[in-house]
Design a protein around this ligand. Structure first.
Ligand SMILES: Nc1ncnc2c1ncn2[C@@H]1O[C@H](COP(=O)(O)OP(=O)(O)OP(=O)(O)O)[C@@H](O)[C@H]1O
Ligand SMILES: [Mg+2]
Length: 374
């Protein structure tokens, strides 16, 4: 096992054709993945996740910066020398070997006994629902099955680091759910360092100890699920983490006596904040901010203590999964609110909505950073 450290890492792809453009896929990335930690790299398509993973794997050169496994600089070491196990979205299985052989091959190379190998393969095949296809060749398998063989092959080994790039993208929702549990269990059993790339926030947040959120080649924030959810550093993370996304609107600083609050533009709603944010706004002395509140944090009833309220009209009601999503309006402003599906409400009704003031997020309009980190 190893701790992985990325120091000021860049990946710039040089153009293949004359007149082609350079692509900066990773910019000045600093990240430490602790020994035994499960880290997810999360971000939209093209943000540099795979490039980062391939540089850690030794499959792609590092344009600038350094990568360390524990105290060893690995920039110039091959994948084999780094002792990493990988499973990628494209499975790269050995086509002339059966599924059994594909999984067992890396173990044979490492001179494990036949009996030991058999036990490991059987165990993984069962976990990843491959027991029925152990004697098949990869060409006969579905995309999802091929991906799971690739995953099993990676997990059969005992490398310094596991690198997994969207290893479940070809499986259906139910299977993904089961596989996630198995991967989590395996990590719990072997306590290995794992770096898992995905653009699915649910997958990242449910599997990983910490999540590194990337956008446009840059790291935005690293944190646990709670840190990202409760204290997003910037607008991108606030908007990207959480389902449905946070309500984000312009808010005008308004003062009445000693009380300070944010009036949501286009409406008569004024939101109160906790003491920390209120103090910060007093010191920053700006007029307008971006104000955020999660659909989960607005409650469509009056709650007695510790909550503030505002009035709004229910515009329409949708059912999403096991919750119902209300779109509410006040003036020209609309907000989303999550409610229990048995909450009895009709479009056109005017209700009181409650929210805890400490759940109101505030971001600088220019820098898009949370005022708490400014
Ligand atoms: N070999 C390459 N040559 C040139 N540009 C590349 C190469 N590989 C990736 N890129 C570019 O680098 C950027 C980052 O790509 P990367 O594959 O790392 O993103 P990603 O976050 O893994 O995206 P996805 O979620 O779609 O897999 C993209 O703009 C991509 O087009
Ligand atoms: Mg990718």
């Amino acid at each position: 096992m190893a701790k992985v450290t990325l120091k000021n890492v860049y990946k710039i792809y040089t153009p293949r054709t004359k007149g082609g453009k350079e692509v900066e896929a990773v910019r000045d990335l600093n990240l430490v993945i602790e020994d035994g930690e499960f880290m997810a790299l999360l971000g939209p398509s093209g943000c540099g996740k795979t490039s980062t993973l391939r540089m850690i794997a030794g499959l792609e050169s590092i344009t600038k910066g350094d990568i360390y496994f524990d105290d060893v600089r690995v920039n110039d070491l091959s994948s084999v020398e780094r002792n990493v196990a990988m499973a990628f979205e494209t499975y790269s299985l050995y086509p002339h070997m059966t599924v059994y052989k594909n999984i067992s091959f890396p173990l044979e190379v490492r001179h494990k006994s036949k009996k030991e190998i058999h036990k490991i393969v059987e165990n993984l095949a069962k976990k990843f629902q491959l027991d029925d296809v152990l004697n098949e060749y990869p060409a006969r398998l579905s995309g999802g099955q091929q991906q799971r063989v690739s995953l099993a092959r990676a997990l059969a080994r005992e490398p310094s680091v596991f690198l997994l790039d969207e290893p479940l993208s070809h499986s259906d929702a139910q299977l993904r759910f089961q596989m996630r549990t198995e991967i989590k269990r395996l990590h719990y059993e072997i306590k290995s360092t794992m770096i898992y790339v995905t653009h699915d926030q649910l997958e990242a947040l449910s599997l990983a100890d910490r999540v590194a959120v990337m956008n446009f080649a840059e790291l935005q924030q690293v944190g646990t699920r709670d840190e990202l959810y409760n204290n997003p550093y910037n607008l991108f993370v606030a908007d990207f983490i959480g389902e449905p996304p946070m309500n984000l609107n312009k808010g005008l600083v308004t003062q009445e006596d000693d009380d300070l609050f944010l009036k949501l533009l286009g409406s008569s709603i004024t939101l109160h904040m906790n003491a920390e944010r209120t103090e910060k706004i007093k010191r920053l002395d700006k007029k307008e901010y971006i104000v955020g509140i999660r659909p989960q944090d607005i409650i469509p009833v009056e709650v007695p203590s510790g909550f503030m309220t505002f009035d709004a009209e229910v515009d329409f009601v949708e059912f999403i999964g096991e919750r119902s999503l209300l779109t509410i309006k006040n003036g020209d402003l609309t907000l989303k609110v999550l409610a229990s599906p048995d909450f009895d409400v009709k479009a056109g009704e005017v209700l009181k909505f409650s929210y805890p003031p400490e759940r109101v997020h505030v971001f600088d309009i220019e820098t898009e950073k949370s005022i708490l980190v400014l």
